[in-house]
Unconditional design. Structure first.
Length: 155
């Protein structure tokens, strides 16, 4: 089915970006699963004083990733992890196996889900949808300390 946009793009604001901030957030995981950190991002954005701009979030790991997903029903997170298990099973025969049977599937899952996000900031707040949350996805079985780098630029 094809379609098209119904109308014109509404320009919310047009200015030169004059401020930026750089931050780092470390978090501990409990092993495979999703760790929501939307509130920490929102707090940091508010403290930056930047009202309108773009937040970039970057995960500094090859076996963990980032995603924006529904944060209302925990069953969504369960189903997402099950889907990743089907896409990159631990039982497959991988050449790279020095770090255990969960390592190579973790690299594949990271490649599929990505390590960076770009989130608009409008009125000093993340421009996320009603049910959207920002998550670190831990793909390894055991707990890890993970780090994300934050960069906001705007006015």
């Amino acid at each position: 089915m094809s379609g098209h946009a119904n109308g014109r793009v509404e320009t919310l604001r047009a200015t030169a970006a004059s401020r930026q901030a750089l931050g780092r957030l470390a978090m501990d995981t409990r092993g495979q699963g999703l760790v929501e950190f939307t509130a920490e991002l929102a707090r940091w954005v508010a403290e930056s004083g930047i009202q309108d701009g773009l937040l970039t979030v970057f995960c500094r790991h090859t076996s963990a990733s980032l995603t924006i997903q529904e944060n209302a029903d925990p069953d969504v997170r369960t189903d997402l992890m099950a889907a990743l298990d089907r896409l990159a099973p631990r039982t497959a025969l991988y050449v790279h196996d020095l770090e255990g049977p969960d390592d190579m599937p973790a690299h594949i899952r990271t490649m599929l889900t990505g390590v960076s996000l770009a989130i608009p900031v409008v009125g000093g707040q993340l421009a996320l949808g009603t049910w959207q949350g920002v998550y670190l996805v831990e793909h390894r079985d055991r707990p890890h300390r993970r780090e994300v780098v934050l960069h906001i630029i705007g006015e």
